[in-house]
Design a protein around this ligand. Structure first.
Ligand SMILES: Cc1cc2nc3c(=O)[nH]c(=O)nc-3n(C[C@H](O)[C@H](O)[C@H](O)COP(=O)(O)OP(=O)(O)OC[C@H]3O[C@@H](n4cnc5c(N)ncnc54)[C@H](O)[C@@H]3O)c2cc1C
Length: 283
């Protein structure tokens, strides 16, 4: 096995374009598990850990968006400017694994693995994030909904690196919540991100671990926007809250598996989404 350790993004792109089948590794918190279980046996590896350009974040020139490097570890999203601008991302980051996993694991790795239970992914979906992909000679931005194409399948092409994700800065409220089989160090059994854009008067709800990929609840989003004025502080009547959760559950497509049952997952997303809507109401 050969392992190359590029020091710059330019070098990394040159390596991946020259050897499109090489295995990319960032924090290794997904990949090393797969290698240890003999699920993957890479011959050539490109280790991105030293590429500082993708371990950072920056504002877009008009400051309406934040561009988050694919290699930025969760630890750096838990506090500071990212947490202020994207509280839901910080909340999701805080739920990932343990401090050690959060020091190594990255948003690019969550996208690369593309598990429906990945904690960053419902947040990216609710925010309508764009995934920025590059080779040595090409660059394209793919909206997150088109990037995630199935269970652990994404639209990344051989030779492409996920360089960053672009997140619109939204004036409103956002939150993330998940349930698992215990309170910490746990993969989601069901998760939910809710974002309210007060300027536009819209709501976005994205669900994790209840379908082959992250689910956006577009019908419920549109329904809710006709029921309450999302541009101001709103009241949620108990009957509306109940119907909201029921509609969210109806848009989920869970299955029974080793972590939980479809019935419990449906119940969980109804409860999580109701909780988030109530929290949004208090801000
Ligand atoms: C003990 C433990 C607990 C965990 N708990 C959670 C949890 O609570 N929530 C959760 O969501 N996940 C969890 N995970 C999974 C993992 O930590 C996350 O998915 C993390 O985001 C992976 O990031 P990474 O940088 O370590 O990815 P890596 O393992 O380095 O890579 C993962 C995949 O993405 C690809 N990839 C990585 N970076 C790029 C790039 N820049 N361009 C192209 N492809 C790339 C790799 O080729 C690989 O296929 C856990 C893992 C462990 C071991």
């Amino acid at each position: 096995m050969t392992v190359v350790v590029p020091q710059t993004l330019k070098e990394a792109l040159a390596f991946s374009s020259a050897n499109p089948e090489a295995q990319i590794i960032q924090g290794g918190t997904d990949l090393m598990v797969e290698i240890n279980f003999n699920h993957r046996k890479p011959t050539d590896v490109i280790a991105l850990r030293r590429v500082e350009e993708i371990r950072n974040y920056a504002h877009s020139s008009d400051r309406s968006k934040l561009i988050v490097g694919a290699g930025l570890p969760y630890q750096k999203m838990e506090h500071g400017e990212i947490a202020e601008l994207f509280p839901a991302l910080a909340q999701a980051a805080r739920t990932v694994g343990s401090p050690q996993i959060r020091a190594a694991g990255s948003i690019g790795g969550n996208l690369g693995t593309c598990s429906p239970a990945g904690d960053a992914l419902p947040v990216l979906s609710a925010l309508d994030a764009e995934v920025n992909l590059r080779t040595e000679t090409t660059s394209r931005d793919v909206v997150i909904h088109d990037f995630m194409i199935g269970v652990k399948r994404n639209d990344r092409q051989p030779g492409e690196l996920i360089v960053s994700v672009t997140l619109p800065i939204i004036d409103g409220w956002q939150g993330y919540a998940k349930v698992g089989v215990r309170n910490a160090m746990v993969i989601s059994v069901a998760s939910c991100c809710l974002v309210i854009d007060r300027k536009l008067g819209t709501v976005s709800v994205a669900l994790g671990a209840v379908g082959p990929t992250i689910i956006r609840c577009r019908e419920t989003e549109q329904w809710l926007a006709t029921k309450i004025d999302l541009k101001s502080v709103f009241d949620v009547a108990p009957s509306l809250l109940k119907e909201f959760g029921d509609r969210i559950a109806n848009e989920s497509k869970p299955i029974d598996d080793h972590r939980s049952t479809a019935a419990y997952r449906r119940h969980a997303v109804a409860t999580l989404s109701r909780r988030l809507l109530l929290r949004a109401n208090t801000k």
